[in-house]
Design a protein around this ligand. Structure first.
Ligand SMILES: C[S@@+](CC[C@H](N)C(=O)[O-])C[C@H]1O[C@@H](n2cnc3c(N)ncnc32)[C@H](O)[C@@H]1O
Length: 398
């Protein structure tokens, strides 16, 4: 029980990372560049965003007029529902406001709306935000937030990491345009992948590698738990997170950029990758496809199915490529045609690990022994080793 409580407090803590203004600005501006009217007369809902913390609210309030927005709605999640292990205090913003109610402050979410120049200073910005307590705690799954979702044209946020799957399904159930942050690994979730295959979801523009810093509220900063990913800049605490990506169904320019590719023969002659140059492409042992370990090594004239790393999604143009499957145990699209139940896992030094080859079923496998890492061997001495997950793709003919 005590471990459960600790675990859920840790999970809740991980849900409290705050996106930097500059990361929001870079991404959103790319959509405006592609379509200057993208937000014109639109209602945007930011469903996990208290403007005291959230730069999403600040960014869209600041750009309300230049984007031509009709309405900005931002909702926050109640402290009591967050399951955090720190002693909460209402902020001065709240206590100094005549609308402050002590009993609601902890248990209710808040709604902030922006539609007009309320303070009559000649501009519409963050100073014109109106707020009140919600009826409930602001959970995006509640009827109250669902209604706001129905009112909105576009949903934008960095949702709680632990609820990413539910959040994506919620967006599709409500049939909304959206732009949200998540982790690249989410492309492999069974809840997410089908939307990618059917071209209803793709990655954003501005983050394709490396890590990003997310703000940690001072209340949640624990000097006893500082790790390698913690960063302090001008006294503020951040955590560096790798693999972050934007997920969206909004059109952007990169989506239409055609990758320049070499033919299979030219790749074999000129590829900068030693695995390809002078060698060519290997067939998987268990999928009817060839292994293409780098996106820039996709042969322009190969008509069959190719397996590529999931980082392919950063370069994906849906008019150039068709995604036909994902190498997973459950199997999406292309099915594995060989299973390794009769194989045994073995280390480089020849010692068996005691695990059966069952555990590699569904992974993309190549025949032979790898240069490093464990592999699998059967009674006849036949070997095979597994690669990271692959998307299976085909080129769309011009
Ligand atoms: C990763 S943080 C990001 C906050 C903000 N969107 C940003 O990017 O700066 C996720 C936020 O969602 C809130 N949250 C957690 N569970 C929620 C739920 N079920 N419904 C709505 N918000 C939730 C968390 O309290 C946290 O403030």
């Amino acid at each position: 029980m005590a471990t459960d409580v600790l675990h859920s407090a840790k999970k809740a803590r991980n849900d409290e990372f705050y996106t930097q203004y500059v990361d929001i600005q870079k991404e959103v501006n790319a959509y405006v560049e592609y379509n200057p009217n993208i937000f014109k007369d639109k209602t945007i809902l930011l469903p996990c965003d208290d403007p005291e913390w959230s730069n999403f609210t600040k960014f869209f309030a600041q750009n309300f007029q230049s984007f031509g927005l009709k309405k900005l709605i931002s909702t926050s999640y109640a402290y009591n529902s967050k399951n955090l292990d720190y002693e909460w205090q209402p902020t001065l913003f709240e206590t100094s406001d005549p609308r402050f109610e002590i009993d609601k402050s902890k248990s209710k979410g808040k709604i902030f709306t922006l539609t007009a120049d309320e303070n009559k200073d000649g501009k519409i910005n963050i100073d014109d935000l109106q707020w009140k307590y919600l009826e409930g705690d602001g959970d995006f799954r509640s009827q109250e937030i669902k209604k706001l979702c129905e009112e909105a044209d576009i949903i934008i946020t960095n949702p709680p990491f632990s609820l990413f799957r539910e959040f994506i399904l919620w967006l599709f159930e409500n049939n909304k345009k959206f732009l949200i942050l998540g982790n690249l690994n989410a492309v492999k979730y069974s809840e997410v992948y089908p939307f990618i295959e059917s071209k209803r979801l793709w990655l954003g523009v501005s983050i394709t590698s490396g890590d990003r810093l997310f703000g940690i509220p001072d209340e949640l900063y624990d000097p006893k738990k500082v790790g390698a990913r913690d960063v302090v800049i001008e006294g503020k605490h951040y955590i560096s997170v790798v693999g972050v990506r934007w997920f969206t169904n909004l059109e952007h320019g990169r989506l239409h950029e055609k990758r320049t590719l070499m033919t299979e023969a030219d790749n074999i002659k000129f590829s900068k990758h030693k695995e390809i140059k002078g060698i060519g492409y290997q067939k998987y042992d268990n999928y009817d496809a060839i292994e293409v370990p780098y996106v820039d090594a996709i042969p322009s004239d190969y008509e069959g199915i190719m397996g590529v790393p999931i980082s392919f999604m950063d370069k994906y143009n849906p008019n150039q490529f068709e995604i036909v499957g994902l190498s997973m145990r459950a199997g999406f699209g292309l099915k594995s045609n060989k299973f390794y139940d009769e194989y045994k896992e073995i280390q480089q030094n020849g010692k068996l690990t005691g695990s059966s080859g069952k555990k590699t079923n569904g992974n993309p496998m190549l025949k032979g022994k790898p240069n490093k890492g464990n592999y699998y061997i059967n009674e006849n001495g036949e070997c095979a080793y597994s690669l990271y997950d692959r998307f299976f793709i085909k080129l769309i003919k011009d």
